[in-house]
Design a protein around this ligand. Structure first.
Ligand code: ATP
Length: 907
């Protein structure tokens, strides 16, 4: 089998696990240490295409269109159409079917657009991978991979293609996407027997699974559809779900309304018959009541408003992955934010080094290695031995890269580590030379729960392990420290803590370096280090600045004004965290750490009840382990808070899922965190969260505006029909005319509210308590008020027209125009829920004016075009009638304006 496989590597599948790594590399014509060359990549790319699984076709357009007819309203219309046809009313029946069709087409187009927009957003969060090509590490989109590429894996990565691993250090993966098993499995690089089952192939990493621990490297053996996942097609891009708690609540509301209206319609029919009206007339009245009172535009308008919100947020660099987040954002009461990279720039610069009992200030800023270590010490002199060791430790125990691109210096990898490389160069050393001289034999990758990293090297025949990490991790394990000449002397912990404390007070991030000299084995593991008798030598400290993001200060202030509490949850040191928190305004300047900061250790000592009280009161949490974030979220939620929580690492995923809004970092975040999040920040900036909350509030407002605008029409139409039946009068508007009003105004007037810009002052309101009804008493009263105005205006003018001797068609045309004109004027009232239409700027939403102009054309054609007159039983009306119609419209505008003014003053 081996021989066959060897002859035909390209067509072979599934059987890489039993080959020695070298043979895999030979078969795929790649070099494990360097990766593929650029030429090889382009020909392989032509052969294999993009590394992307062809999505399976979702619901086809025909099915989607057909599903439009399954909505309850449409079913009612279809029944009405069939019965009218049966009664021989061909025109009515034709128009009803026409309207049904138009409704379905509009629904189909709008739904398609919203789905496309959401799907495009989901795709825009591309995943990147670290690849070795031509001997250099590169970050590439995962779609660019080809078989033979050498991929470097770290905890938090989503495996981008099927890989045969050739290096694995404590590597663990969750393969539930493939095997359904949700516990992590360990990975290794040893060849396995040919008959090993897929789920047991520990030396393979499969596309779509995620790495949750450790580090490793593998060769791509299959990409795109050729991967295991591609083969079984489990990773199909699913159509995004367009429902949110609010839309589903409204759908339920609409269904109940439908039943209630159905019953009312039957009642109307019965009353009419009982009064001796013709069955035909009464049937048409019942149909009119049903189609009039159902707010048919509501579900579509809500989805569209939400979709517009999503795209507005994307423009402000917040990608929504789950639609309900748009709504929830607006009611967020607490934002728990990481410090590094979200509230700060994540642009580290070493400002101070402490080694051998001496403090060395370091000049320069950013990643350009142009500054100096103070006094330019000669690193070869015996007096600078500790400094040299410190720089060496920082440079070797390091996975970052530093290079000049054009005139700028750039780093790849972790900024904390990048800053150490810059300091190394300022000392006259460079990492590439060091790494060649003292190659890495083994490593313990950094993990934020353990807070340190270690690497093993051979230096002049001696094995030395370098450590770097949080001072709390290294200092307790150190039994000696290096003096200036590099000689181990008894450790002075107090002095070191004092220096570290001074650095932290200035807001510097402190990183300690230590070493274990003269090791015998060729490998490193946690157990070796976490033993009680581990005798670490303390080498030195790096103090680096990470300035607050300029916009963080104003955003935190804006959140406070909006009634949102901001909490900093960081892995960093308590004093550093406090210093940054007070610079940003999360806590008052001059606050003492003991009272204001809670550390991970304090947190661990509290039970859930005690944590609830503390979680509310404390705003800075330091040295927090990712797992503790979950407890914090739960504690806050137990007190009824709506929590937004940021995260970037694998271990943050549970907290992101638990939070009401999980927010992942687009730049520094792992794939696992992004998958768990509701929202991804493409710039990792705290200010973006604030912007998204503002948009969320705006979207919610616009939804309420649409509901407040649309319901009076339905209410008014229902009232008109009922009143006519009760009074035994002719219907002032027919079923067809009602359909016309509802369909045209919902699209051309109501939907324009979705484009309303965010009102000034939304961020000066307190968050909306979750669970509050969409419409408060004042809005319900307004809906009733406008409904009654519509009844009075249309019925009144209808009767007046008849009394003046006008025809029924003319009187009905007037009634229809009253509805449309009142709705148009009322639309301006609805542009703001509390402020006057004039105050928010008449032209601040151009969509309104396009809508009004279109509506005017449509109404004029309904009134004056003979074909329309024939279809809708309308007739031309005179200028006098128009004046009366406009007088009704204007008075509605004024009445609601006064009502809003009085209400606003009372509040
Ligand atoms: P935040 O949680 O706000 O993003 P953070 O980046 O400080 O803050 P972690 O990444 O969990 O949080 O780091 C915790 C601590 O671990 C740091 O304060 C530092 O002392 C240490 N540390 C961070 N990065 C490294 C690294 N690459 N190597 C070694 N130690 C590190």
């Amino acid at each position: 089998m081996n021989a066959v496989a060897h002859k035909n590597p390209v067509h072979r599948r599934n059987d890489w696990h039993h080959l020695p790594v070298d043979q895999v590399a030979d078969d795929l014509k790649t070099v494990l240490d360097d990766g593929l060359s650029d030429e090889a990549v382009s020909s392989l790319r032509a052969q294999h295409g993009e590394n992307r699984i062809t999505p399976q076709p979702g619901r086809g357009p025909l099915l989607r269109f057909a599903l439009q007819f399954s909505q309850p309203l449409v079913v009612v219309l279809v029944i009405a159409g069939v019965v009218t046809a049966f009664l021989g009313e061909w025109v009515d029946s034709g128009v009803i079917f026409g309207v049904t069709l138009i409704n379905a087409v509009i629904g189909f187009i709008q739904e398609g657009r919203a789905e496309d927009a959401l799907a495009a957003l989901a795709r825009s969060v591309t995943s990147e991978v670290t690849v070795l090509r031509g001997g250099a590490k590169r970050r590439l989109p995962s779609t660019a991979l080809v078989p033979g590429d050498v991929v470097l894996l770290a905890a938090g990565d989503k495996v981008p293609a099927d890989l045969r691993l050739f290096r694995a250090k404590e590597l663990q993966a969750i393969e539930s996407a493939l095997t359904g098993e949700s516990t992590a499995v360990s990975k290794h690089h040893k060849a396995l027997s040919p008959d090993t089952l897929l789920a047991e192939r520990g030396n393979m990493a499969y596309a779509g699974t995620v790495m949750v621990r450790g580090q490793g490297a593998g060769v791509v053996v299959a990409t795109g559809d050729a991967t295991e996942t591609g083969r079984i097609s489990r990773l199909i891009a699913e159509a995004p779900d367009l429902t949110t708690p609010l839309t589903s609540k409204m759908a339920v509301f609409s269904n109940w309304l439908l039943i209630a209206i159905g019953l009312l319609a039957v009642l109307t029919f019965a009353i009419g018959l009982w009064r001796g009206e013709s069955a035909f007339e009464m049937f048409m009245a019942a149909v009119a009541l049903a189609v009039g009172a159902i707010p048919e535009g509501l579900p579509a308008a809500m989805t569209i408003t939400l979709a517009i919100g999503v795209s507005r947020m994307a423009k402000r660099r917040a990608i929504i992955r789950k639609l309900p987040a748009v709504e929830t954002l607006g009611s967020t009461t607490v934002i728990c934010s990481d410090k590094t990279g979200t509230l700060t720039e994540n642009q580290m610069t070493v400002r101070e080094i402490f080694a051998g009992g001496v403090s060395y200030p370091v000049s320069g800023s950013g990643y350009a290695p142009t500054g100096k270590i103070a006094d330019e010490p000669d690193l070869d002199s015996p007096d600078s031995c500790a400094l040299r060791e410190c720089l060496l430790g920082g440079g070797l125990c390091n996975d970052a890269g530093l290079r000049k691109s054009g005139r700028h210096w750039e780093i790849t990898g972790d900024p904390t580590e990048g800053a150490l490389l810059v300091a190394l160069r300022k000392g006259g050393l460079d990492e590439a030379t060091l790494q060649k001289l003292f190659p890495r034999l083994d490593e313990i990758p950094f993990d934020s729960a353990r807070q340190y990293m270690a690497t093993l090297h051979e230096i002049e025949g001696v094995r030395i392990a370098y450590f770097k990490g949080a001072i709390e991790q290294l200092l307790p394990r150190s039994t000696s420290m290096l003096d200036a000449a590099g000689v181990p002397v008894p450790i002075d912990r107090e002095r070191i803590e004092k220096i570290a404390g001074e650095m932290a007070v200035e807001g510097l991030r402190v990183l300690a370096v230590g070493r274990l000299a003269s090791l015998s084995g060729g490998s490193l593991d946690h157990k070796q280090i976490e033993r009680d008798d581990c005798e670490l030598q303390f080498v030195g400290l790096f103090g680096m600045i990470d300035p607050p993001r300029p916009k963080a200060i104003s955003s935190v202030k804006a959140c406070h004004a909006a009634g949102i509490v901001v909490k900093m949850i960081t892995g960093d040191h308590a004093v550093t965290a406090l210093s940054i928190a007070s610079q940003i305004g999360i806590v008052k300047a001059g606050a003492e750490a003991e009272n204001t900061v809670l550390t991970g250790r304090d947190l661990a000592a509290l039970d859930d009840d005690a944590l609830r009280g503390v979680a509310q009161a404390v705003h800075v949490f330091a040295r927090v382990e990712p797992e503790q974030k979950l407890r914090l979220v739960r504690a806050l939620q137990a007190d009824g808070e709506v929590v937004a929580m940021t995260g970037d690492g694998v271990n943050d995923a549970p907290a992101l899922k638990q939070a009401n809004i999980g927010i992942a970092m687009g730049l520094a975040g792992t794939e696992v965190a992004k998958d768990a999040a509701d929202m991804v920040l493409t710039d990792d900036d705290f200010a973006t969260i604030e912007a998204a909350v503002e948009e969320g509030r705006g979207v919610y407002d616009n939804l309420v505006k649409f509901i407040t605008w649309t319901l009076p029409t339905n209410f008014g139409e229902g009232l008109v029909i009922m009143a006519a039946i009760v009074a035994g009068a002719t219907l002032p508007i027919t079923a067809l005319q009602i359909l016309w009003i509802n369909m045209t105004t919902a699209v051309f007037l109501g939907l324009t509210l979705a484009f309303e810009p965010i009102e000034k002052g939304v961020m000066r309101r307190v968050p909306r308590p979750p669970g509050t009804p969409i419409l408060d008493h004042a809005l319900i009263a307004r809906i009733v008020l406008v409904g009654v105005l519509l009844l009075g205006g249309s019925f009144g003018l209808f009767l007046l027209e008849l009394a003046r001797g006008h025809t029924l068609a003319e009187a009905r045309t007037v009634a229809v125009n009253v509805f449309v004109v009142v709705e148009t004027f009322y639309l301006f009232n609805c542009r703001s829920l509390s402020r006057s239409a004039l105050k928010i700027g008449l032209f601040s939403n151009p969509a309104i004016w396009y809508g009004v102009a279109t509506m005017a054309v449509l109404q004029l054609s309904l009134t004056y075009v003979p074909l329309m007159n024939q279809l809708f039983q309308t007739a031309p009306i005179d200028a006098h009638a128009w004046m009366e119609i406009f007088a009704v419209g204007l008075s509605a505008l004024l009445v609601v304006g006064v009502e809003k003014h009085l209400l606003h003053r009372r509040r």
